[in-house]
Every structure is written in C-alpha cells, then in structure tokens.
Design a protein around this ligand. Sequence first.
Ligand code: ZN
Length: 321
Amino acid sequence: MRGDNSPLTEASRYLKFSWADLDLLPERGKTVSMPSSGALYLRSAGSFTSTHSMSFSPVKARQALPPLGYCAFCGRDKDAKGKALKLTDEHIVPEFLGAGIELRRATCVACQAITARFESEIARHMFDPVRKHLGLNGKSGVIENTNFPADIGREESDRVFIPIIHYPTVLVLPMLFPASVYSSRSSDTDGLYRLRMHNINASKRNLEQYEIGTLSTQAIDTVRFCQMIAKIGVTYAASKFDPRTFSPDLMQLITADMPNGTAQASHYNRVGCIWDSQDSATSDLHQLELGTIDWLGQSMLAVKVRLFACYEMPSYFVALN
Ligand SMILES: [Zn+2]
C-alpha cells in the first residue's frame, strides 16, 4: 500500500490488499480498515457543512427529478450547427449500485458514452460479486454469471473461478487522503492510504475446499473510481445548482477517457476523504449530502458521497467550484 507524496505511477493506479495467511481475514459481517496499522501522513483539511441530503434505501425506489435541459458535464444543449442536442436521463447514483433516482434530460450522448464506459468497468471489476450477494440489480436485472474470478495472486493477478455461493465476497472501498483543493496536500499526488472492507462471505474453510491458501481483494482502479465519485457529486448538485458554474477541472475529470495502464494523479485534486468525517453505520444503502467545505478562509460548494453507508464505508467529498 502506498500513501506518500510521490507522483502517481502506473502501478499505483490499481491497488488491492492481499492475505498471505487466511487466518487474518476479517470476521464475516465485520467492517475493518486495512492495513490496520502504519504511519498516517496527516495533513490539515477543511470541514464540511451540510445543507441538503438525499438517501437511497436498500430497496430500489424509482424517482425522476425535473429535467435539466442541458448536459450536466459539458454544459451544451446544442450541437456545433446549432441543432438541439439529444439529452438522456442520468442516474444520480449509478443504477448498478441499486439506486433508482434520476435527473431527467441531463446528459448528452457524447458525455454519456464516456461515463457509461468507466461505470461499466467499475461495476464489473469492483462490485459484481457484491451486487450478486446483496441482490442489487442494474438495468439488465440480475447478474447472469454464477462463477466469479477470485484473485489469489499477490503482486500479479492469478485468477481462480469460484461459484458465487462460496465466492469470497468482500466489499472494498478506498480511503483517500483529503483532496488537494481542500487540504494541505499538494496537487497531482497519490491519495489512498487504506482500504475499508466489509467481509460478506469470505472464509478460510470455503477457500480451502478449492485448495486456495491466499486471497487478494479485487484491484481498485483509483482513476475510474474517482471519476465515478465526481460524476455522482456533479449529478446530485446539478439538481440544485447550475453545473456550468462548477470547476472545469472537475468536468474534465468526468469526461476524460482514461485508458487502462496510464498513470494519472489529477483525479485526487477534487475528490477525497476528510479525516474527521463520521462513518458509523446507518440504515441507508447510500447517502448524499450537498453543502460547503471551508478551507483557508474560502467556502466551496461540495457534495459528500457515501456509498454502502450501511456497511460503514467511507465518505468522499467532491469539491465543485
Ligand atoms: Zn455533454
């Protein structure tokens, strides 16, 4: 695990945690942070004040918010020839995470193609078994696969396919350093210091049936993860404020195609955690709050994004302007 101030290299775009000894797996049904020890590089950060909130219950509820009438990400409502752009509805939290609230007519086809790409990558690589276990359905309903690849490699990936019933399902989300625009962290630096994980189903006994003695969590693509969090923040905030006043850097993060294998670090400039945010378990699946972050005498519009709040997962803060 990295967590220093060095520039982000290709290798540290993808992060995972490995257990060489399965006795060290967290207890089933428990949420822990890993690595559990190690020096924390403390930097000062702003504080968040909430003004609006939205919660998502574990039972998917459909709701349509009033139409935006232009693209929340590029701001356009017309094409280069002055013709009205086709706009489609945008889910505030991606549908694959079991959320049904959408902002109507809020994205253009070009931006939607990019955001759909990183969302489908994240859905498959980070959440497939979790969604199966928790019964979260996306657009296409239940996930058809019944065997999922478990990673038993340490540095490199080494996959073994395991039926979902015994699949070692661990919900894993990254704990990020505070973003550079609201903390003393310098821009374009690495920003993950721990992984927060909830053991749904992993046990040494089940893994031994498949002669598996080591296990890794799925690798998190930190670039695409931050793109997804930024997109959630902007889409929610666009239901209350004009997103064309938000930071162009943030929009660029959401609409940039970041191919696998390229190193990036600017994704941590506006997306991060805040040390003192309270992350106790709630009855909601996901929670969003809109408010402000105060930092160095400046107040900026921000969204707090908390996915899987009922599993004590971390809160992310997206600085909007
Ligand atoms: Zn657009």
